[in-house]
Write a protein of this length. Structure first.
Length: 330
């Protein structure tokens, strides 16, 4: 065996759904797997990066599915929402019915492999965050490939951040991102620091996609075991990059310098394909002496269990962390 192929050989076997998680979480995992043990999501193959027509078709279908799923998960939303344009950026500004911190602002960056998740899903997500935190939420409906490759999405995040800085003190701003949104959250802070802007009070990174080179251990160990995200996203990563270097910190912020970063909340699960992203990000922040929390949930795949008790526990942990940051700034 060649040196670059050295590793641990694992015989074919079934990985059971553990009894160490809630019944609801077990049921969520079962719904995503065929009777023969094959994850349903593994049946969907992403087009090659240069097949833009296929990507446009897939994006339309996935965005419709995302919008339906987010609305079902959100339940009854109480916040109002207004959609505004900031140059090329579209932002959904959600205002809570009950305000808990009048000066606070939450910038929400949606997930979706840097390709999907915009539109109605993003709009509903902004309202969910406004309801959860009791502050105005800016949901960035950032531009995506194939029409708008890098740096369009990050540019939209920066335009939004500058707009929010015009209306809120930096110490009252929290930026949160799930999956691809976690990538953009960290990249935006790196770029804000490079451009001399004040940094936000805190970051919330939920299963962040901070390494587009996919160099971490869990990209192999959790392949297929993660029933939500069973395989590589390299095709979408290359489509997003549009020829730029995947290892650049604005594309793979895991490779950035975290000196002076704000307090950061990081979440992942033991079955998350992006587990290594969270673990490595946490260690790098610790080495930079940044206050950081790492929350790893048992058997949780990418994106959570879609409403199980573990998801409620995670939401409570995030709410507690965010409130602590705003309490310090008050």
């Amino acid at each position: 065996m060649e040196e670059n192929q050295a590793g641990v050989r694992i015989d074919h076997h079934m990985v059971p759904f553990p009894r160490s998680i809630s019944a609801e979480a077990q049921a969520a995992l079962r719904r995503l797997v065929r009777e023969d043990g094959v994850p349903l999501n593994s049946l969907h193959v992403m087009p090659p990066p240069d097949d833009h027509e296929a990507w446009l078709s897939m994006k339309a279908a996935v965005d419709l599915h995302y919008a339906t799923a987010v609305k079902e998960l959100a339940g009854s939303l109480r916040s109002s929402v207004e959609t505004i344009g900031l140059g090329d950026a579209t932002v959904h500004v959600a205002t809570p019915e009950a305000v808990t911190f009048a000066d606070g602002a939450y910038i929400d960056l949606h997930g979706g492999a840097l390709i999907f998740g915009g539109g109605e899903a993003c709009r509903a997500g902004a309202r969910m965050q406004a309801d959860q935190h009791g502050v105005v939420c800016y949901g960035v409906d950032y531009r995506t490939p194939p029409e708008h490759p890098y740096p369009a999405a990050l540019d939209d995040c920066m335009v939004t951040y500058r707009h929010v800085l015009d209306h809120h003190r930096p110490e009252d701003i929290v930026i949160g991102g799930r999956s691809a949104g976690g990538n953009l959250a960290v990249a935006a802070v790196l770029r804000a620091r490079d451009e001399g802007l004040p940094l936000p009070a805190a970051l919330v990174l939920l299963s962040p996609e901070v390494d587009l080179t996919e160099s971490g251990d869990s990209f192999n160990v959790n392949r297929t075991v993660d029933v939500v995200l069973p395989g590589s996203l390299m095709s979408s990563n290359l489509l997003y990059a549009g020829g730029a270097d995947l290892a650049h910190p604005y594309l793979s912020p895991l490779f950035g310098d975290f000196q002076g970063f704000p307090p950061t909340f990081i979440q992942s699960g033991t079955r998350d394909l992006f587990l290594s992203n969270a673990v490595r990000m946490h260690r790098l922040l610790r080495r930079a002496r940044v206050s950081t929390e790492l929350h790893i949930f048992e058997a949780m795949p990418h994106g959570g269990f879609m409403g199980a008790p573990e998801d409620k526990e995670l939401a409570e942990e995030v709410a507690r962390f965010v409130k602590e940051q705003w309490r310090r700034s008050a």
